[in-house]
Ligand binder design. Sequence first.
Ligand code: BGC
Length: 337
Amino acid sequence: MVKKIFIGALLLIAIAIAGCSDEASNGRVVAVSFPNTTSSWQRNGDSIKRFLEEDNFTVDIQFAGSASEQSSQIAELLEKKPKCIVIGAIDGEGLVDVLEKAKEYEIPVIAFDRIIKNTDAVTYYASYDNEAIGEAWGMYFEAALNLKGGGGPYNIEFFAGGPTDNNAHLFHKNMMAILDPYIKSGKLICRSGQTDFDSVAVADWNSSNARTRIKTLLDTYYKDGAPLQAVVSPNDDIAGVILEEIRARNMAAPLISGLDADPAALERIKAGQQTFTVGKDPDHLTAKCVRMIKAVVEGTQPDINDVKTYNNGVKIVPAYLCTPMIIDKTNVDQIKG
Ligand code: BGC
């Protein structure tokens, strides 16, 4: 599942890029542009700032609440000519124009957690193995509901992340590759009939949008008292609101997934409310990202373990994909909150 390590000629590319960025020098400033849409991004921000400052970089970090705000912030950050810019994209396809300036100023761009599409301005991609996350969800439901052993039928509903985030598509596709055969065989029943990405996506990963959808599902398809035994939730924020609405109707808690190992989700797992989450330790990701930053700024060697998965439409972006970790009641006590 986790791709094999590949290093080779990338060192040379890294040195070449570092050479190009000399003109755009401004001390050791690294610009960072992240969303502020979920608490996990605040943790990513804290982590990258801490790691970079420990390495004597100065960090110019901005958080944005919308794709347009992020574009303007990136434009401003680039005008200050940092050594490198790290971006967690709100709209992975919406940065093509603003990143033309990064190319003009020869500022290397590192995509953090989410790939940036349709531009050759992106140098590296640091993320978790997003395909493995979708597979892990599917496999967890398959095992917990004993679907291979003939378990079911169980009622299930699906939620996915925001359409402008490539991760959300990968998570859903890889999860569905495992669960769809059980829908077809009648072992999983989706009463709403909403299973394709467009029907189940939550715009901007926004938990109020998710709340509106779960309310409609419960009040339309489960009004007759039918149990909802399983819910695929794309992250912990969304799992939290789904569980609140289910509890508000005195329905039993379903088997439910999550992502990010948010402190609130760890508490819910301990309390037996949320079944599991997938931990993406921000420090692991940051450590790999800092190696990439140093590669482009100092000409050192980045860690790269994937050179085939992330074709962004223009180039294959060399990536390091960290390994995610399933957290449920069996191991939650060993996880730091
Ligand atoms: C990340 C998730 C996060 C979500 C919402 C996704 O791109 O992979 O970890 O929960 O965005 O911010």
